[in-house]
Design a protein around this ligand. Structure first.
Ligand SMILES: [Zn+2]
Length: 256
C-alpha cells in the first residue's frame, strides 16, 4: 500500500466513533488535509499523544478516497508550555482556528505553516505582548491570502508613502495631499506607516521580535479591526474564549 509523509501541525482533533480521532492538519506539502487516526483515543494507542492540537512534526499517511489515514507520527514540537497557561493556550487555539480558515486544501502550505509555527513560538516565549503577536499574525494571514491593506504607494499618484491616510473603501492608502476631504480615513503617521509596512513585508523570522508604542498599536489594531469587520465577516468559535489582554503602556514590560 502506498504511503506518503508530510510535515505539518495538528490544527484540530475531534473524537469520532468510539476511539477514532478526526484531525485537520496543515501541511507543507498538501496544505489543509483531513486525517483519520484509528483507535487514537485509546490510552495505549501509539497515536494518543500525537493526535492533539499544536503537535508539529512528520506524519505518515495512507491516502484514501475521502481522507487520509494516519499510520505514524514523528513529533518535533508539542508546545507543552502553551497548555500550561490558560490565556496563552486560548490564543494558540484561536491561531490554529484562523490557520484552518486561511489555509487551502491540497495546495502547498509552507509559508502559512511557518507563520503559525513562529506565532506559537512567540506566544510560548512570552517576550512580545500577546495582543501584538495576535495583530501581526492576523495581518500576515491577510498577506498570505493575497487581500491586505495596500500602504506602500498613494492610490492616486503612485507616490511611495512614508505617511498618509488609509482608506477602507479603496483598500489603499493616500498621501496627505490626495486625502483631503475623503470621509472615514485612518491617519497613519510616520511611525504607524513604517510599522505597518514592516509587518506586511518583514521576513517571517523577523516578524515576532519587535516592539511598538501603545499609540502605534492603537492605530494599527484599529485599522485591522475595521478591515476584518469589512472583509472577514465571520465569527471564530475560539474567539469567544479569548481573555481581554491590554496592550502594555509605554515603558511597561509585557506581563509574563
Ligand atoms: Zn497622493
Amino acid at each position: 500500500m502506498e504511503t506518503i509523509a508530510v510535515t505539518g501541525i495538528v490544527l484540530s482533533a475531534m473524537q469520532v466513533q468510539e476511539a477514532d480521532r478526526r484531525l485537520v492538519l496543515l501541511t507543507k506539502e498538501q496544505g489543509r488535509i483531513t486525517v483519520f487516526a484509528r483507535g487514537a483515543s485509546r490510552p495505549r494507542s501509539a497515536l494518543v499523544g500525537v493526535t492533539r492540537p499544536f503537535v508539529t512534526g512528520e506524519f505518515e499517511l495512507r491516502p484514501g478516497r475521502d481522507a487520509y489515514t494516519l499510520l505514524s507520527a514523528r513529533p518535533r514540537e508539542y508546545f507543552d508550555e502553551l497548555s500550561k497557561d490558560y490565556d496563552r493556550m486560548t490564543f494558540g487555539l484561536y491561531f490554529l482556528e484562523l490557520a484552518a480558515y486561511f489555509s487551502v486544501e491540497n495546495v502547498e502550505g509552507l509559508e502559512l505553516l511557518n507563520l503559525v509555527f513562529l506565532a506559537l513560538k512567540a506566544l510560548e516565549k512570552g517576550k512580545m505582548p500577546v495582543p501584538l503577536i495576535r495583530m501581526v499574525y492576523e495581518y500576515r494571514l491577510f498577506v498570505i491570502s493575497g487581500e491586505y491593506p495596500q500602504v506602500f504607494q498613494c492610490a492616486v499618484t503612485g507616490k511611495p508613502l512614508a505617511e498618509g491616510y488609509f482608506s477602507l473603501a479603496r483598500r489603499e492608502a493616500l498621501c496627505n495631499e490626495c486625502a483631503g476631504g475623503e470621509p472615514g480615513l485612518i491617519r497613519l503617521d510616520v511611525s504607524a506607516m513604517y510599522t505597518l509596512q514592516y509587518i506586511l513585508t518583514a521576513p517571517l523570522q523577523k516578524l515576532f521580535g519587535f516592539a511598538v508604542s501603545a499609540a502605534v498599536y492603537e492605530v494599527l489594531s484599529g485599522l485591522l479591526a475595521a478591515w476584518k469587520k469589512r472583509f472577514l465577516a465571520r465569527e471564530f468559535r475560539t474567539e469567544a474564549f479569548l481573555p481581554e489582554l491590554a496592550f502594555p503602556r509605554d515603558g511597561e514590560k509585557a506581563p509574563d
